[in-house]
Design a protein around this ligand. Structure first.
Ligand SMILES: *[C@@H]1O[C@H](CO)[C@@H](O)[C@H](O)[C@H]1NC(C)=O
Ligand SMILES: *[C@@H]1O[C@H](CO)[C@@H](O)[C@H](O)[C@H]1NC(C)=O
Ligand SMILES: *[C@@H]1O[C@H](CO)[C@@H](O)[C@H](O)[C@H]1NC(C)=O
Ligand SMILES: *[C@@H]1O[C@H](CO)[C@@H](O)[C@H](O)[C@H]1NC(C)=O
Ligand SMILES: *[C@@H]1O[C@H](CO)[C@@H](O)[C@H](O)[C@H]1NC(C)=O
Length: 435
């Protein structure tokens, strides 16, 4: 394990550290509340509305496999993460009209994003074809199961994409659950949930309580999702972006070190964020393994690798992430920070696989989106995080979101691959077997 601070820790902090500068435009004191509310409930959907709103009926497109064919995997050995984006005139399964649960700031179409080319691409793995998402197959494979997304706002982004694609077939019901969002598909007794836990482990985001530093306990898994873990059949861990922020790290209750904390009058050892990120992930995966002892149900754990942002030029200018088509392969290399985080995530999943060998019924996989996502600078809301940002001309400063993904959009692909992974597990009969 790498224990020294990489030079990239500081390089990436100064050069790539944009997502959070967005926040400078919001009153610092309001930010925590706004972020939390945005996370728990889309702006236009109050708690009571969420309970009773209706989904528009949309007939799904014909599935590419027949309904009885849920086990069919084109090529079980296919590497889904190596490929390219190609034009596809079919278009998305849903839009902001047919799916009412899209978070407002990701709903690019209704916010007036004028170009739609970004909706007409599909991911083509080099070795095989990635089938179009089939809500029916996903729900069948999720029958009597609880699938949980744990992590940051990009976990929520992917969750929302999945919810929209599934609700094009079957209408879920929101279930009240303290501290997380649950949706139940009565048709298949399937539950989907999303837990806000941007470090996976315990900690306070710096936006909370107006603090400027995260405090993170690297050895204590966040109890919010940890306490519900036994009831989950598939856990998708999705995190990373919140680590690149000034932080103080704790282990065994004492300070291990910090990230850029000297500016806050603290005299702790600078340890960068790669080592802490690795420790947090390892603690989480270890906890999942430990909790397997004596359990009967099988569980799948998927780690989604780092999702790159695309801030080109000044973060507050109109031209930031305004590209309208994907990069060609080779046109843009994955950044050093992105590669390093991805590498750590893959290594820790490999470590967990080895540790888990002596336990029955736990399986680890990587949803390696880093490369395919880095090729989609056109997929972010950019200025369209706000409605009609250029209605009155181009303002001097523009809020841009080049971190999250428009819905519908490129992130839908992540769930297409997720479905193929579930199909493969089912085929192999180790997990997801229909008893
Ligand atoms: C959304 O999809 C529905 C059904 O396919 C279609 O009738 C409608 O025009 C679409 N709305 C937008 C804004 O694209
Ligand atoms: C519904 O699914 C849950 C798991 O999410 C399971 O515990 C429960 O037994 C299922 N109910 C039925 C009737 O199968
Ligand atoms: C934390 O405590 C555990 C068990 O008590 C010990 O093995 C580990 O070395 C400690 N770590 C630190 C950094 O003190
Ligand atoms: C560290 O924090 C200080 C004070 O907030 C800030 O000026 C500086 O840019 C930060 N350095 C990096 C590398 O983020
Ligand atoms: C900071 O910590 C180091 C090592 O613990 C110590 O030698 C040094 O005196 C401290 N500096 C201040 C200003 O407290």
């Amino acid at each position: 394990m790498k224990t020294t601070t990489s030079k990239y820790d500081s390089v990436s902090l100064s050069k790539t550290f944009h997502p959070y500068t967005l926040h400078l435009l919001l009153p610092i004191a309001l930010l925590p509340i706004v972020l939390l509310c945005l996370y728990l409930y889309p702006l236009y959907l109050t708690k009571s509305q969420a309970k009773e709103h209706h989904y528009a009926n949309v007939s799904p497109p014909p599935p590419s496999h027949s309904v009885n064919d849920i086990h069919k995997v084109d090529d079980p050995s296919c590497d889904y993460f190596n490929g390219k984006w190609i034009h596809d005139k079919t278009g998305p399964l849903y839009n902001g009209t047919t799916c009412v649960t899209i978070k407002e700031s990701h709903n690019c179409i209704t916010h007036g994003r004028p170009d739609s080319n970004y909706l007409y691409y599909r991911w083509k793995p080099t070795q095989c074809n990635l089938p179009r998402f089939e809500p029916n197959t996903f729900l069948q494979l999720s029958k009597n199961k609880h699938i949980s997304f744990v992590g940051d706002s990009i976990a929520r982004n992917q969750f929302d994409s999945l919810l929209c694609m599934l609700s094009s077939l079957s209408k879920p019901r929101p279930v009240h659950h303290k501290g997380s969002r649950w949706w139940h598909f009565e048709s298949h007794n399937a539950t989907l949930s999303v837990y806000w836990s941007p470090f996976l482990v315990q900690g306070n985001e710096r936006s909370k309580l107006g603090s400027s530093l995260n405090t993170i306990h690297l050895d204590r898994v966040n109890g919010k999702w940890e306490k519900d873990m036994d009831g989950m059949d598939l856990i998708l861990l999705s995190f990373g972006n919140w680590f690149n922020v000034p932080s103080v790290y704790y282990e065994n209750g004492s300070v291990l070190g910090c990230l850029n904390c000297s500016g806050y009058g603290l005299n702790h050892t600078e340890v960068g964020f790669y080592v802490p990120l690795r420790k947090a992930l390892r603690a989480s995966l270890n906890r999942i393994i430990e909790r397997r002892v004596g359990k009967k149900n099988e569980i799948g754990v998927i780690v989604r690798t780092f999702s790159p942002s695309h801030f080109d030029g000044d973060w507050d200018k109109a031209g930031t992430c305004s590209k309208k088509e994907p990069y060609e392969n080779g046109e843009k290399e994955i950044g050093e920070m992105e590669s390093e985080i991805r590498r750590i995530e893959i290594e820790e999943v490999e470590n967990a696989k080895v540790k888990a060998k002596e336990f029955e019924g736990v399986r680890f996989e990587v949803l390696d989106v880093t490369e395919l996502a880095s090729l989609r600078p056109d997929g972010h809301p950019g200025a369209y995080m706000n409605p009609f940002p250029f209605e009155n001309g181009v303002p001097e400063r523009v809020q841009n979101d080049c971190v999250h993904w428009c819905l519908p959009g490129a992130i839908d692909t992540w769930n297409e691959i997720l479905l193929e992974m579930m199909r493969k597990w089912d085929l192999e009969g180790q997990e997801w077997s229909e008893l």
